[in-house]
Design a binder for this molecule. Structure first.
Ligand code: COA
Length: 213
């Protein structure tokens, strides 16, 4: 019921012409607040939180984070489970991943899958690695920085994501960014013998600019 309620909120967010006054992060983030050092250092930051391209030396840590039972329950399809399979995975031309740092410590990853240059869209995935680092605002800041990268640096027109029905924290986070519901795929994913619905949400460049200018 909670998930259904949240989804209805998102539907009304999309259809409500006054969506800018609804509950989004527009009092927290503004496009102009991003410190854009992309041309010189390939880094985007907001205060202590920054994103920059993922390094091969990060892979050991990434495997530790993505290979936990908890992370495997949030991501479908799963990330590869060995360090050697991560190198070809992250260097695929339709992927583009970043390291997320907090005060220069590596705390998570965020990135793009299924980059479609023709239709200018991509799928976003994110993970704050250590569970003790969650709930402190890192995911929120990293998401805003990634959206800045997608829309401003790469001129992508639509960012979408898939979330499993069980992932309430992620649904809350995305709804407040302005992501709206595009569809629910019922009993779409089988994890540990249990079927889960898959929710697809999206945010267009135009709406993001309207909300965060
Ligand atoms: C989802 C995730 C990236 C969010 O990052 P985070 O740093 O933990 O989240 P933040 O501290 O930035 O909080 C973002 C929002 O999450 C929501 N949230 C935080 N804790 C929550 C909880 N325990 N239950 C429900 N929602 C919660 C809130 O809406 C919060 O925003 P608010 O404080 O402005 O209301 C992170 O928790 C994570 O990596 N989870 C596991 C992997 C995952 O689900 N990835 C997404 C798949 S695409």
């Amino acid at each position: 019921m909670t998930v259904a309620g949240h989804l209805l909120d998102n539907i009304s967010l999309k259809s409500n012409p006054n969506r800018l006054s609804l509950d989004t992060y527009n009092s927290l983030f503004k496009i102009n607040d991003v410190e854009n050092a992309w041309e010189t250092e390939m880094t985007l930051s907001l205060g202590d939180i920054a994103i920059s391209p993922l390094l091969e030396s990060d892979f050991d840590q990434v495997v530790d984070w993505t290979n936990t039972t908890e992370a495997r329950k949030y991501f479908y399809p799963h990330f590869p489970d060995t360090k050697t399979s991560l190198a070809p995975y992250f260097s695929a031309p339709d992927r583009d991943y970043f390291r997320v740092t907090f005060k220069d410590s590596f705390v998570g990853i965020i990135g793009a899958e299924q980059i479609d240059e023709a239709s200018k869209k991509l799928e976003m995935r994110k993970l704050v690695g250590a569970s003790t680092m969650r709930g402190k605002g890192i995911g929120k800041h990293a998401t805003f920085l990634f959206l800045y990268y997608a829309y401003i640096v790469r001129d992508i027109q639509k960012v979408y994501l898939h979330s499993l029905d069980i992932n309430l924290r992620n649904l809350n986070l995305n709804g407040k960014f302005g992501f709206y519901l595009e569809g629910v795929f019922f009993e779409d994913v089988l994890i540990d013998g249990e079927w889960h619905d898959l929710v697809r949400m999206a945010l267009s460049k135009q709406i993001w600019i309207e909300i965060y200018s």
